[in-house]
Design a protein around this ligand. Structure first.
Ligand SMILES: C[S@@+](CC[C@H](N)C(=O)[O-])C[C@H]1O[C@@H](n2cnc3c(N)ncnc32)[C@H](O)[C@@H]1O
Length: 327
């Protein structure tokens, strides 16, 4: 590890526990995921570098770049530092699910934000492959955001787990998230950084059935926020029908708005309202995506009358439009 790397991580107060350090000496990066998916480095309009999957031709964090997008979309909107600090010392750790670990930009941006936390925080990153993370590690100098964390990333790949500070640990759960979720036995999250590929390339991660399974993993007494880059009506409809409250999320760069969801309406600053519901009724492509629809990819459909009625009857719309929301 270079001098510069050590000083950045250590200036953030991040030190690997001794056990991880010892285990790391001479450890080669994991071979998991290699050969399945390949990537190239791309330069974004801003001059920042990111990754592009050569399998599905999608660029990671294409608008403002890895660190800026992760900060605006996930870290700031999730209010990670404030919410983690609010968890009582004797309570369960503040738990983050980083869904779609990819090249680690979201998780590392969260790690940097939480470096000085004195509240226990656990990050669980989910992915079916470590290939993008290995790529990011090989190109750390160009990508910039992994610098200073090379040792932590190697430990994570090698052991699937790394203790970054006495308060902050990071774990990887490998496998298909939609399948793993069905039998997953982990503490319910306070924050979900939801970042799969787009529905076109990654439809199984966007179905109503999958969001229902995800919603059932939440603890009703533990407010959880889910942040995501899309503003798609179909995705918002699917999240709502799965049980989430859904709101307008912050814009990132040229993208005017994104989506934020929660199991607690009070967590949302700008919940979707009747005006948005009218847009759903008028849209030709607002039907939720169901697992059964995956057999007919690319087919856009109008929402059915029963689905629209279920949507309209959701408490979110009566509360928000009664004018009493957060009175
Ligand atoms: C756009 S990338 C994520 C970028 C990442 N959050 C970052 O900050 O670099 C999408 C990731 O989702 C993962 N993914 C897609 N479908 C998945 C599934 N069904 N189960 C687990 N991971 C999945 C992909 O392997 C890929 O690494």
């Amino acid at each position: 590890m270079g001098t510069c790397s050590v000083s950045l991580a250590e200036s953030l107060g991040l030190r690997l526990c001794d056990r991880a350090r010892t285990a790391l000496s001479g450890a080669a990066p994991s071979a998991i995921g290699q050969g399945l998916e390949t990537f190239e480095l791309v330069t974004l309009k801003s001059g920042v570098h990111s990754l592009r999957s050569l399998k599905n031709l999608e660029t990671f964090h294409p608008v403002t770049g890895p660190s800026a997008e992760a900060q605006t979309l996930h870290v700031d909107q999730q209010k990670l530092l404030v919410r983690a600090a609010a968890v009582a010392a004797n309570a369960a750790p503040f738990t983050i699910w980083d869904v779609g670990l990819g090249a680690g930009a979201n998780a590392l941006t969260a790690v940097k934000a939480l470096a000085k936390t004195r509240s226990p925080v656990v990050i669980h990153s989910f992915d079916r492959t470590l290939a993008p993370l290995e790529f990011a590690l090989r190109h750390a100098a160009r990508l910039n955001y992994p610098l200073g964390f090379e040792e932590a990333l190697r430990a994570l790949m090698e052991h699937r787990s790394v203790q970054l500070t006495p308060f902050l640990s990071w774990h990887v759960q490998l496998g298909d998230f939609t399948e793993r979720l069905k039998t997953l036995d982990l503490p319910p999250p306070h924050a979900i950084l939801y970042d799969p590929y787009s529905a076109r390339n990654n439809p199984e991660m966007w179905t109503l059935d999958h969001f229902e399974t995800l919603f059932l993993k939440l603890d009703p007494s533990r407010p959880c926020l889910l942040t995501n880059y899309t503003r798609s009506t179909v995705v918002r409809v699917s999240l709502l029908l799965a049980g989430f409250f859904v709101g307008y999320g912050s814009g990132t760069g040229e993208k005017g708005e994104t989506t934020i969801a929660s199991n607690d309406l009070r967590m949302l600053d700008r919940p979707l309202d009747q005006r948005w519901l009218e847009r759903v009724r008028a849209s030709c492509t607002s039907a939720p995506l169901r697992e059964i629809d995956l057999q007919h990819p690319g087919e856009n459909r109008v929402i059915s009358a029963p689905d629209f009625e279920r949507l309209r009857a959701l408490s979110q719309f009566s509360i928000v439009d009664s004018g009493t929301y957060r009175d």
